[in-house]
Design a protein around this ligand. Structure first.
Ligand code: PEP
Ligand code: MG
Length: 315
């Protein structure tokens, strides 16, 4: 959980020994983009585009989409902005792409899967993103949610290429994508771990169900092993692997993620200062050792306490 009080962030994430870790913000609209800019985020690691259009029953036009994306890009001239294509479905119903009669919407046609029956919606969105990118000077990266296979990665990267969007990546939030990160990252430019859904699908525990909170915990060693597997694929292909789920905003877990090989962390803007401070007090070797300790734990509680006890800066 991010701290309630905010600590200032100087705009350059790094460990005590100077290993760079990009600290980015999660945004969903121009207001949160303004907060991210004010918090000195190094860019945007997750722009949840569906948040711009949640109340819609019809697909927004290309011009309207380009204008909405441009309002966010305008806050980050020269900086990296990772735009996620519509993550419709499950807890975010959008009638123009998702059927409302699925028995298990979290396992249904959501995220990139909606482009199976509505490829034109993805095409229109990529056209709008390309237009917004041309109108603004931000460094635009594009990624797809809910990718499960190499074929889906290939299709998405090809679609981005048709609109001149060369930085095309995937979210790793389905365990199959974590396990296939090598071949996936042979096709995609980058990966971003969505630890909220990755935890939900690895633990088979609905992320919205409070009664399963101890399972819906990214400190679960099984989830950490999937993060490790994803980073191994990234290292093998020399591709960056970020984290944009809530896990990135937990300072102790951020240290573990960096130790596992994650290259950027994207979070709610108010968590940036706290995460930056803990990283800056910890050298890379210590991050790696703490990652090893967390991976060796047999429970989430054990992993969390092993790391927190070894990080006096958190006291
Ligand atoms: C995630 O699943 O971790 C993620 C960042 O995406 P969302 O929370 O929007 O599903
Ligand atoms: Mg997700």
């Amino acid at each position: 959980r991010p701290a309630a009080t905010t600590r200032p962030f100087d705009g350059h994430g790094r460990t005590a020994d100077g290993h760079d870790v990009e600290l980015l913000a999660n945004v969903g609209d121009p207001t949160s983009a303004e907060a991210a800019e004010a918090a000195n985020a190094q860019g945007v690691g997750l722009f949840r585009t569906e948040f711009c259009f949640l109340d819609r029953t019809e697909e927004p036009g290309i011009e309207e989409q380009a204008a909405a994306y441009g309002k966010v890009l305008a806050h980050f001239p020269g900086k990296k902005v990772v735009i996620r294509t519509l993550d419709a479905g499950a807890d975010k119903p959008m009638p123009f792409v998702v059927a409302d009669d699925e028995v298990n919407p979290a396992l249904g046609v959501r995220g990139l899967r909606t482009s199976r029956h509505a490829p034109e919606v993805l095409d229109h969105q990529l056209a709008a993103i390309a237009q917004a990118a041309a109108d603004h000077e931000a460094d635009v990266w594009v990624m797809a949610p809910m990718v499960a296979t190499v074929e889906e990665t290939e299709a998405f990267v090809a679609a981005c290429g048709r609109y001149g969007l060369t930085r095309a990546g995937v979210m790793v939030e389905v365990p199959s994508a974590a396990l296939l990160s090598g071949p996936i990252l042979a096709r995609a430019t980058f990966a971003s771990l969505g630890t909220n859904d990755l935890t939900q699908y690895a633990m088979a525990a609905d992320r919205l169900l409070g009664s399963l909170a101890e399972l819906s915990d990214p400190w679960q060693p099984a989830v950490l092993r999937l993060v490790e597997a994803t980073c191994a694929g990234g290292a093998q292909q020399s591709r960056p692997v970020g984290v944009c789920g809530e896990a990135a905003a937990d300072p102790a877990l951020a240290v573990v993620l960096v130790g596992l090989g994650v290259t950027s962390l994207s979070m709610t803007p108010r968590a940036l200062g706290e995460v930056a401070a803990v990283l800056q007090a910890t050298d890379l070797q210590a991050c790696r050792e703490l990652a090893g300790a967390a991976l060796a734990a047999e429970s989430a509680a054990d992993a969390r306490s092993r790391v927190r006890e070894a990080l006096p800066v958190l006291a």
